[in-house]
Ligand binder design. Structure first.
Ligand code: ADP
Length: 398
């Protein structure tokens, strides 16, 4: 079966067509600047060159039409007709407490996603627009919703409650939800396979270090804690997001700068993290590594703080689980930056983890990067959220 995976944002739409039998990507692409001047679709059919078409895209319906046209066109299309697409899998950012796993999309599911949209006001409405646009262009094709939050729903109350009046949880659902769940789920399951043990016997820590970064503790195959919270702002220091701060900082900055909550929220999401700490040098770890090695004070400050925060979380999750068998690195930085992985692992001697410097040269491939005598296995496991979405979609649509 061919599965179309859709990740719909407010002005962008990423897609992949995946053959569920071979699990190969048949075509992947991106619609950008939807509803804005200068919109374009770019896509790469497997084994062919990238195609870019600049064309008006007033809304997401038009974007989906263009995706279908890209997949079916005579010159560089990859399917002969729309009927070859067996199902569509949609990435949905927030499933609240309603969704603990992926589900087939029905009108009730759409309503339930709408009901939790106040928890992700920028993302869920865009995800819903993507669903509606696909339904319009591909009526009758089964669709599945895969939630970023679902994997983390197994967290115990101790881990997901904030120290707030309990009524705020009851009334408004204020709690830790966690994100990147599809990635944490995929990587932890893959790590279990690579370790050749039963999931129930393994305590894992998954470090998803990308532009957005989060870390999770997975005990016996179930998520027991994760660093992102009500929103993806909490936890690790990220590309441009602050991660954990004292909540009083918000009011303090507002008074000092005579600014609004929206201004500070924007600052914490877009101008903070390693970007802000490096004196606006960059949010990209390739630039930061270069700066670090050239003695750029801001790059050093940012990378050291980033690494320190990851190590602190690894320590706390080891304590939370009463031990750790393996630590997995994934996403852009985790998969590609041996430099960052080494800085982190060099501080993990307290749990008996030892990095193999030669093995750590790996980029973007599954590999054990710990020494044979390391007490904790260190692994690089490239994530594949689209494949995980396609797998769930097939399983539910069979
Ligand atoms: P997201 O999906 O959150 O946007 P990714 O997981 O794609 O992010 O990670 C993107 C980040 O990965 C980039 O900002 C960059 O910092 C980092 N990255 C990618 N390739 C490398 C590399 N070769 N070395 C160091 N960092 C890299």
């Amino acid at each position: 079966m061919k599965i179309l995976v859709i990740n719909c944002g407010s002005s962008s739409l990423k897609f992949q067509l995946i053959d569920s039998d071979s699990e190969q990507v048949i075509c992947k692409g991106l619609c950008e600047r939807i509803g804005i001047d200068g919109s374009q679709i770019s896509y790469t059919p497997a084994g062919k060159d990238k195609v870019t078409v600049v064309t008006p895209m007033p809304d997401h319906n038009k974007a989906i039409e263009l995706v279908i046209e890209a997949l079916t066109n005579k010159d560089n299309g990859v399917v002969s007709s729309l009927s070859e697409i067996g199902a569509v899998g949609h990435r949905i950012v927030h499933g609240g407490e309603k969704f603990t796993k992926s589900v087939v999309i029905t009108e009730e599911v759409i309503k339930a996603i709408e009901e939790v949209s106040d928890l992700a006001p920028l993302h869920n409405p865009a995800n819903l627009i993507g669903i509606r646009a696909c339904q319009k262009v591909m009526p009758g094709v089964p669709m599945v919703a895969v939630f970023d939050t679902a994997f983390h729903q197994t967290m115990p109350q101790d881990a997901y409650l904030y120290g707030l009046p309990y009524s705020y949880y009851e009334k408004y659902g204020i709690r830790r939800y966690g994100f990147h769940g599809t990635s944490h789920s995929y990587v932890s399951k893959r790590a279990v396979e690579l370790l050749g043990k039963d999931a129930k016997d393994l305590k894992l820590i998954v470090c998803h270090l990308g532009n957005g970064a989060s870390i999770s503790a997975v005990d016996g195959g179930k998520c027991v804690d994760t660093s992102m919270g009500l929103t993806p702002l909490e936890g690790l220091i990220m590309g441009t997001r602050s991660g954990d701060i004292d909540p009083s900082v918000v009011e303090f900055i507002m008074k000092k700068e005579n600014s609004t909550v929206a201004d500070v929220t924007n600052l914490l999401n877009k101008k903070s993290g390693v970007f802000g700490l490096s004196d606006d040098l960059s949010s990209d770890f390739r630039d930061l590594e270069e700066g670090y090695n050239n003695g750029h004070a801001g790059a050093r400050r940012a990378v050291d703080a980033f690494v320190y925060r990851v190590v602190k979380y690894i320590g706390s999750y080891t304590a939370a689980m009463g031990g750790v068998d393996a630590i997995c690195f994934t996403a852009g930085v985790g998969e590609n930056s041996g430099f960052v992985r080494k800085l982190i692992c060099d501080r993990l001697g307290f749990i008996g983890a030892k990095i193999d410097v030669e093995a750590n040269k790996v980029r973007g491939e599954e590999k054990t990067i710990s020494t044979p005598d390391s007490k904790v296995t260190l692994l690089v496991v490239p994530t594949n959220e689209e494949l995980a979405i396609a797998r769930d979609t097939v399983a539910l649509c069979k």
